[in-house]
Design a protein around this ligand. Structure first.
Ligand SMILES: NC(=O)c1ccc[n+]([C@@H]2O[C@H](COP(=O)([O-])OP(=O)(O)OC[C@H]3O[C@@H](n4cnc5c(N)ncnc54)[C@H](OP(=O)(O)O)[C@@H]3O)[C@@H](O)[C@H]2O)c1
Length: 282
């Protein structure tokens, strides 16, 4: 175990599987105290056990919450605030792809809710604790799929005509607009916000919906390889002051024109604040 992140507390959402689990393991191996957020006790405990096996002395705790519901996000934030006086890094990693339209308990479209609104609400609920822990970092796992995305402000929930791929791309574009606006709002607080693309990765997110892609597994990244950019953003001293950027392979990358639209970022922030009931002015 290296000690680069000793005394740092990191929250990883979607830590039960895929890139999130690999990220949590690497953070633990660097000495961080890692809070693993999972919606399933069974899968969360399995992730903890596999980390303990690989990283003797790992400091991990399991927090349970289904991020599809806003009550679930609020419960996760409350658990974090109880569990820790400091939060150095928040990693918004949990994500989902659904081919067909699925509604959340709040009546919202699932990919928009889990991939965008959950990080939006969670980050806002933890913002004060992050600021108290400054220098602190918020990291949001987006995707190059954002380049096929468009924010359909007239039909954000895809109720008119649903297309799973379009909704996924929209949610990943929303991640980047959120990242941009958050960085602006966090200016001067010592808390940075950056987003990333992890590569095309052999995980359930891809294989559960596109089975034939399993044949390409040897060409895809492993979750451990994919976690690298998240780890850079969480730990690299050189990145401490960079904010509002999008990274691929630990390097700043240029997102789409739509992802650099400040007016759209502000508009999406306001709508997201209304949908989650938080004060959108801060
Ligand atoms: N795989 C790729 O090629 C790729 C490419 C670009 C970006 N990404 C992004 O990378 C991130 C991680 O994806 P992955 O590939 O590692 O997928 P994954 O293996 O399917 O893992 C997704 C994680 O998110 C959790 N999650 C999903 N819905 C949730 C909910 N309602 N509440 C709480 N947790 C929930 C899952 O929990 P369960 O174990 O309970 O399902 C799992 O831990 C996502 O944001 C994804 O968009 C992936």
């Amino acid at each position: 175990m290296t000690n680069e992140l000793r005394d740092r507390t990191v929250l990883v959402t979607g830590a039960s599987a895929g890139i999130g689990r690999a990220t949590a393991a690497q953070l633990a191996s660097m000495g961080a105290r890692v809070l693993l957020a999972s919606r399933s006790r069974e899968r969360g405990e399995a992730a903890r056990a596999s980390i303990a096996e690989r990283v003797p002395g790992a400091s991990t705790e399991l927090l349970l919450a289904d991020l599809a519901s806003q009550d679930g996000v609020r419960s996760l934030a409350a658990q974090v605030l109880t569990a820790t006086d400091r939060l150095d890094v928040l990693i918004n990693n949990a994500g989902v792809f659904t081919r067909g339209y699925q509604a959340t308990p709040d009546g919202l479209e699932t990919q928009f809710a889990v991939n965008h609104l959950a990080p939006f609400l969670l980050t806002n609920l933890l913002r004060e604790r992050l600021a108290e822990s400054a220098p602190a970092r918020v990291i949001t796992v987006s995707s190059e799929a954002h380049k096929r995305g468009r924010i359909d402000f007239d039909d954000l929930q895809g109720k008119e005509r649903y297309n799973g791929l379009k909704a996924y791309a929209q949610s990943k574009l929303a991640n980047l607009l959120f990242n941009r606006e958050l960085a602006r709002r966090l200016g001067g607080t010592g808390v940075t916000s950056n987003a990333l693309h992890p590569g095309v990765v052999a995980t359930g997110l891809l294989f559960d919906s596109f089975r034939p892609l399993k044949l390409l597994r040897p060409l895809l990244r492993t979750p451990e390889q994919a976690a690298r950019t998240t780890i850079c953003l969480a730990a690299a001293p050189a990145l401490e002051r960079l904010t509002g950027l999008y990274f691929i392979d630990c390097e700043p990358a240029r997102p789409s024109v739509a992802a650099r639209d400040d007016a759209a970022a502000r508009r999406l922030w306001q709508i997201s604040a209304e949908l989650t009931g938080i004060d959108g002015r801060g």
